[in-house]
Design a binder for this molecule. Structure first.
Ligand SMILES: Cc1cc(=O)oc2cc(OS(=O)(=O)O)ccc12
Length: 184
């Protein structure tokens, strides 16, 4: 056998007055929009007006505050379609942005690696340069000490020669004038 489904195209009878005893004047389709004009609380009937402007009475339990699923489903289907489109769009955008970000990150990574290597190289060069400066300073100190020593010895030599000339030579070369002065 084949499967079939009971149609949800249901109809409701409408009557000429607010009660089960008033005559049936027609049928109205499930889901159709009507205006509720007044209600009879004794019989729980409501007076309605359809889109053609005709008025009749219907049991209040046949009326719903919400549109029927038959009219809501197309709206819901449209919403699902719109949301699906948006979601696909967002997904594509997301994938694109993620790819861009990954690309940028990898680019930054290589830049960072380059900078780190350069930094290490510069540090090594700095260490070498500092050692060279220290060695040069030490050599300079040594040279200065040597120069000072040389001047000191030179000065000592000058002093010695001066002493020789001043103290010893007068004794080796006697002068009469000096003796004359001594006697005076
Ligand atoms: C289907 C339907 C809906 C409604 O709200 O009022 C009616 C009133 C009718 O009687 S008439 O006004 O005498 O034609 C017949 C049919 C309807």
């Amino acid at each position: 056998e084949e499967k079939r489904y009971v149609s949800d195209e249901l109809n409701t009878w409408v009557r000429s007055g607010p009660g089960d005893n008033y005559r049936l004047v027609g049928t109205i389709n499930a889901g159709e929009e009507v205006a509720l004009l007044q209600t009879n609380s004794d019989t729980s009937y409501g007076q309605i007006r359809d889109n053609s402007g005709r008025t009749a009475w219907i049991p209040l339990k046949e009326l719903s505050n919400d549109p029927s699923l038959r009219t809501r489903v197309p709206d819901l289907e449209n919403q699902v379609k719109t949301l699906t489109d948006k979601l696909n769009n967002i997904d594509a955008t997301w994938n694109q942005r993620t790819a861009e970000m990954q690309k940028k990150v990898s680019q930054s990574d290589s830049v960072i690696n380059g900078l780190q290597q350069e930094n290490q190289t510069l540090k090594n060069q700095l260490i070498v340069a500092q050692k060279k400066v220290n060695a040069a300073n030490l050599q300079l100190d040594d040279k200065q000490r040597t120069i000072i020593m040389q001047w000191f010895m030179y000065g000592g030599g000058v002093l010695g020669v001066g002493l020789l000339l001043g103290l010893i030579l007068p004794h080796l070369i006697p002068s009469r004038r000096r003796k004359d002065r001594w006697m005076n």
